[in-house]
Design a protein around this ligand. Structure first.
Ligand code: MN
Length: 211
């Protein structure tokens, strides 16, 4: 399958004349030579949440995690599967206009390479995704170690998964990085700074300067 088919739903939901998000047309720009990457974006939309995305093949398979990821193996975090995003979204940070889909501020909260922990058993990420059970090793700045994602169909909805930290050397019940480490790993900015610098005020200023 091509990226075009994979991200059709992503594109259908968005107007690229209005949102600064990547359209997925320039996938050559995405760096995949160093192995697959993940991103966790903090998204201050109608309700604040975190989006976990794993590069699988030529797309970012995505989940919205209302409470964000935990480093405590006893926490089970709801992760709602959302539409696949283009690889270019790995580095997207900015402000989606309020009347567009997902309107609000996006911050790259963590990113880095990841590994499929089932690869040694001969299970690819695509197969694990179909099976509804992924285990990955994250090498981010804030999130490290094993994480399990399991489809639960809670409430009868196949979009409902659980994200749980695996119990390994990187597990730490005392850390709470979503509250103690809120800044972007890409730009060092807070969500308020991104909103102020890239929000509608800035676009209006640029329009005036250009005219
Ligand atoms: Mn989101």
């Amino acid at each position: 399958m091509t990226t075009e088919i994979h991200v059709r739903e992503y594109r259908r939901k968005r107007n690229f004349e209005k949102t600064p998000e990547p359209s997925g047309d320039d996938e050559g720009a995405a760096k995949q030579g160093e192995g697959p990457r993940f991103v966790v974006q903090k998204h201050d939309a109608s309700s604040l949440h975190y989006d976990l995305r794993l590069a699988i093949g030529d797309v970012l398979v995505s989940w919205a995690v209302p409470k964000g990821p935990s480093t405590d193996p006893s926490d089970k975090r709801l992760a709602v599967r959302t539409e696949d995003h283009p690889l270019g979204y790995l580095e997207f940070e900015g402000v989606i206009p309020v009347d567009e889909y997902g309107g609000g501020t996006v911050l790259v909260w963590d990113t880095g390479p990841y590994r499929n922990l089932k690869e040694d058993d001969g299970v690819s990420m695509d197969e694990a995704l179909d099976d509804g059970h992924l285990t990955v090793w994250l090498e981010g700045e804030k999130l490290r170690g094993g994480y399990a994602l399991t489809r639960t169909k809670m409430g009868g909805d196949p979009k409902n998964w659980l994200l749980v930290k695996m119990d390994d050397d990187e597990a730490d019940a005392r850390r709470n990085p979503t509250s103690t480490e809120p800044k972007s790993v890409l730009s060092g900015r807070t969500i308020e700074e991104i909103a102020a610098e890239e929000g509608p005020d800035r676009r209006e200023r640029e329009r005036q300067e250009a005219s």
